[in-house]
Design a protein around this ligand. Structure first.
Ligand code: SF4
Length: 363
């Protein structure tokens, strides 16, 4: 029931997803207990170090410059600003800081050097550092690893088929190539997706096939419920039901037994009872802080009260893997190559993305 497999098929995953609810919950909880302490939750704080103005067309994202949303963009944060936020996160019980920049891909230069300095600074605070900066080359991943990065996040978002209905400015293979580049270092991989974007259950299973057949499987997998933001192409999507969320978490737990499954966006729409069901089904990580990049998230104190109620404790940093060493910039052995990789631009037409973009033009 809990062996590590990298050959899951869509049919097998669908069969798990569609099991009678109680049976699914019981199986997932059993796998969870075999691989994890069920009373421990890994807590991450997500920090938007560069917000808005993104060139991509991800249909769910209020940071895409082409859609009309209320997101106010800002330039890259300074290292002292990031350090102050990281210290606050640590005091609030987070073991990890995840820094997100609204970039299509990493570009060598001053801004990336600044991000590397942020990584060094947070690692020296004895916190796990994660970055989500878009697509990265092998050399860039190595530079991040050398700075002391613990994890790199790059979500697959959905199945390969449905991905084409949401994003036209880059291809699924680019996502997989970035994950592959990260895997050539000792940085752990964080990759998951979003449900509630209009995909069907086969697409959810397809995404889990793509994730679970990676070898090794991602060390962490965020499961997001879409937060439909006004002005984005997906603004009219109905909220995901808690039952779907629990099924998705439970199925992820069963097919990826060692992975930390993270409840991510959409937690404000869930009751405590709903979240407790997700923890029972195998979720063992959350994002803390009142904002997730640009969308709302429960208050930290509320989360701590929920943990107390459930008898759960935040996981200590470096429980799953030892702390990486930080190499200072002046001692670095890896030079910036100034690469200009050819990431794909399929640019096929997605009607709802075009419609949202046209609305922006009328303003
Ligand atoms: S999800 Fe990332 S890449 Fe896509 S539009 Fe938003 S910030 Fe840009």
């Amino acid at each position: 029931m809990s062996e590590m497999r990298h050959n899951w098929t869509k049919e097998e995953i669908l069969e798990i997803y569609n099991k009678p609810f109680m049976e699914l919950l019981y199986e997932a909880a059993t796998v969870h207990r075999l691989h994890h302490d069920p009373n421990t939750v890994q807590v991450s704080t997500l920090l938007s170090i560069k917000t808005g103005g993104c060139s991509e067309d991800c249909g769910y994202c209020p940071q895409a410059a082409r859609y009309h949303t209320d997101v106010e963009g800002n330039d890259l944060m300074s290292v002292p600003q990031v350090k102050a936020q990281a210290l606050r996160a640590k005091e609030g019980g987070s073991s990890r800081v995840c820094m997100g920049a609204a970039w299509r891909n990493v570009k060598d230069g001053e801004e990336f050097d600044q991000v590397l300095e942020m990584v060094r600074t947070i690692n020296k605070l004895d916190m796990e550092v994660c970055c989500t900066l878009g697509m990265v080359t092998e050399n860039q991943a190595k530079r991040l690893a050398e700075a002391g990065l613990y994890a790199y996040n790059h979500n697959l978002d959905s199945s390969e088929e449905y991905y084409k209905e949401v994003i036209s400015t880059r291809g699924y293979q680019d996502r997989l190539d970035t994950i592959d580049n990260v895997r050539k270092t000792n940085v752990t991989v964080c990759s998951g997706g979003i449900i509630g974007m209009g995909e069907n259950i086969e697409d959810r299973a397809g995404m889990l096939v793509a994730l679970s057949t990676l070898n090794p499987q991602p060390e962490s997998t965020p499961i997001n419920a879409l937060v439909a933001v006004e002005g984005t192409p997906l603004e009219d999507q109905e909220p995901v039901s808690i039952w779907d969320m629990v099924r998705m978490v439970a199925t992820t737990r069963i097919v990826m037994p060692e992975t930390q499954v993270r409840l991510s966006a959409g937690r404000t729409q869930m009751t405590r009872e709903g979240q407790a069901m997700c923890f029972f089904a195998g979720a063992n990580s959350i994002f803390a802080g009142d904002k997730l990049l640009t969308t709302p998230n429960p208050d930290v104190n509320e989360d701590m009260k929920m943990f107390e109620l459930l008898g759960m404790k935040p996981q200590k940093p470096f429980t799953k893997k030892v702390q990486p060493q930080t190499v200072e910039a002046q001692d670095s052995q890896i030079e910036a190559l100034g690469e200009k990789p050819r990431w794909t631009r399929p640019e096929h037409k997605i009607e709802r993305n075009e419609a949202a973009r046209a609305l922006r033009k009328q303003d």
